[in-house]
Write a protein that binds this ligand. Structure first.
Ligand SMILES: [Zn+2]
Ligand SMILES: [Zn+2]
Length: 396
């Protein structure tokens, strides 16, 4: 069987997250998007864990559901921030964790709570080296899956400019032997990952890292995975054995950290500055401070091969975002939301549209045309930089 998965989301207990996220919303909105297997988000957080324990029913080993939404399954998932000193520099890296069941999750909570306050943040800070964290978790259960998150993003990605590790070995020590899989993040795609030979051994997944269940956030990136059976063991096995059929990707230039730059808010006159890393400009011409170095720059630093793999991925743009661009207004406007829901009603789900369903009777022709342009690759972005998303542009 094939499942469209979003294995990295957040609950209302993560910083900057929408306060009305609940399990029902995650499930019902995943269903509308066409996400069939979704992470729980923040499963180390005591209050969210209570909600998970109350609402989730076991479907099979390590896979859960709620009775109101039978098309969507859950897996126990969180993100953590590892913080430690490495050659007298403080390093911070984000990891996505998947757990095989509630018992192993509780054991992991006992272990992790020695090194950080799990009740403070949905994505807790854990003061321990990435290598020792990996060893600790793997000694609880070898099936706890540890996935370096959004690996190139500037502040918390394993290869990002601030941690500034140039190899997985340097960042994770022997812990790297337990890494089967990495997450691209919004500003990178598999082509960029596959330009780095050290990553040849790992598979690639894409997730939304959403902090809201809105339709332009949840499932904005996702992964199609082949499973023999729907259970945790098979999920992890598929990730390890690279039974990843394809990923659905943001075009990297849409991501918030693609180019080097400074967002307008950093400058008194609100001037924006961004540039291709090819120009080798490190200092901002407006404020004379160091530019935020984007994902493309890091990939260029680390790239050492021409992609040797056959890649399968597809660029998508969240349809609710498309609606707001084409018809005006925001993703939160009632009119836009109702156009979106109508469209989905006629096509089963958003991912069904990306896979070719084309019942566009209910929508204006210019919107239908925009969807076709995305499917045919006739679009580009004014590149995102310094926490600013890229701006969508269509080709004629
Ligand atoms: Zn993160
Ligand atoms: Zn500046």
């Amino acid at each position: 069987m094939f499942k469209i998965c979003d294995l990295h989301i957040h609950s209302k207990f993560s910083g900057g997250a929408s306060k009305n996220i609940d399990i029902f919303k995650i499930a019902s909105n995943s269903d509308i998007k066409g996400i069939q297997l979704v992470g729980t988000g923040d499963c180390l957080h005591p209050l969210w864990l209570t909600e998970l324990r109350t609402k989730l029913i076991e479907y099979s080993d390590g896979i859960f559901y709620i009775p109101e939404v039978l098309n969507v399954n859950f897996v126990l998932q969180t993100e953590i921030e590892a913080i430690w000193k490495h050659n007298s520099h403080v390093k911070k890296i984000h990891f996505v964790l998947l757990f095989p069941n509630f018992d192993k999750l509780e054991e992991s909570i006992d272990f992790l709570s020695k090194f950080g306050n799990l009740a403070k943040e949905g994505r807790p800070k854990i003061y321990k080296s990435a290598e020792n964290l990996i060893f600790g978790l793997k000694s609880i259960d070898e099936n706890i899956e540890i996935i370096p998150a959004h690996i190139f993003t500037p502040y918390f990605g394993l290869f990002g400019d601030t941690p500034h590790f140039n190899t997985m070995k340097e960042a994770l020590g022997y812990g790297m032997n337990y890494i089967n899989c990495i997450e691209t993040g919004l500003s990178a795609d598999p082509l960029m990952v596959r330009s780095i030979s050290e990553l040849n051994k790992v598979s690639i997944i894409s997730n939304s890292d959403c902090h809201s269940t809105s339709f332009h956030r949840l499932g904005r990136e996702a992964t199609l995975i082949k499973l023999n059976k729907l259970n945790y063991h098979n999920l992890v096995d598929s990730i390890k054995r690279s039974k990843i059929v394809k990923t659905y990707e943001f075009k990297p230039s849409q991501g918030k950290y693609y180019y080097d730059g400074h967002r307008p808010g950093r400058h008194l006159d609100n001037k924006d500055y961004y540039c291709s890393p090819k120009l080798n400009i490190e200092i901002c011409p407006y404020c004379k401070k160091k530019l935020t170095k984007g994902v493309l720059a890091r990939v260029q630093d680390l790239s050492d091969q021409i992609n040797p793999f056959k890649l399968n991925f597809q660029y998508v743009v969240p349809i609710l975002h498309l609606i707001s661009i084409v018809l005006g207004g925001s993703e939160y406007d009632k009119r836009n939301l109702s156009i979106y829901l109508n469209l989905i009603e006629n096509n089963d789900s958003e991912f069904a549209i990306w896979e070719g369903k084309s019942n566009f009777e209910s929508i204006p022709e210019n919107l239908a045309d925009a969807i076709r342009k995305i499917r045919n690759g006739k679009f580009w972005f004014i590149p995102g930089h310094d926490a600013l998303y890229g701006k969508l542009q269509f080709e004629n």
